[in-house]
Ligand binder design. Structure first.
Ligand code: MN
Length: 206
């Protein structure tokens, strides 16, 4: 259950990666992971802890902080850092070495019901990931009982719209620029074909 891996309490601590920092090479290099996980992701934790120390949010679990600060103009910094800590942990688990391939039967059936075929689902994810203007995320989510692909800008999360994330792809430039420069579509295609963790998505259906 991903919630057990993501949920944390103050002071929120950067969780370990579910694989070695070079395990996604060559699709995502150890150098990218070093900055993305070691600097960007860690930075969101450090900022979040500073922002919530001594506030009403210090006693809340991460998901509560995200939903309670969403859309509140005076809580934007806390929302952004809380959501980014969550989004990134979720993203690391959305990938795995030797990923891609085929989802298990239950997930595949749901994908075919919603999109017609696995390739159509991957195409929608690619479109969402490549058309997100600027920084953001592409997601496969469960909305009610239906699978959908959605995109969010900056730190935004489908959690704030009552949807259940199944997997995500980070399309901030820091996720791919060292390895792909401006070629976001190449990064997204390589991730979907070689790293995407369908078994993680299937676990999140439960
Ligand atoms: Mn990122």
């Amino acid at each position: 259950m991903i919630d057990n891996k993501i949920e944390s309490a103050f002071p929120h601590v950067l969780p370990s990666l579910p694989y070695a920092d070079n395990a996604l090479d060559p699709v995502i290099s150890a150098k990218t992971i070093g900055f993305h996980y070691g600097k960007h992701h860690k930075g969101y934790f450090d900022n979040l802890n500073k922002l919530i120390a001594g506030t009403e949010f210090a006693d809340l679990p991460l998901k509560k902080i995200i939903t309670k600060t969403a859309g509140k103009a005076d809580k934007t910094a806390i929302f952004n850092n809380a959501a980014q800590t969550w989004n990134h942990t979720f993203f690391w688990h959305s990938l795995r070495p030797k990923g891609g391939s085929e989802p298990s039967a239950v997930l595949k059936q749901k994908i075919e019901a919603a999109f017609g075929a696995l390739d159509a689902c991957k195409k929608e994810l690619t479109t969402a990931a490549t058309t997100q203007f600027g920084s953001g995320w592409a997601w496969l989510v469960l909305d009610g009982d239906t699978l959908k692909v959605v995109k969010t800008g900056n730190a935004d999360s489908p959690l704030t719209q009552g949807m259940k994330p199944l997997l995500t792809i980070d399309v901030w430039e820091h996720a791919y620029y060292l390895d792909y420069q401006n070629r976001r579509a190449d990064y997204v295609t390589a991730v979907l074909d070689n790293l995407i963790n369908w078994s993680f998505a299937a676990d999140n259906l439960k």
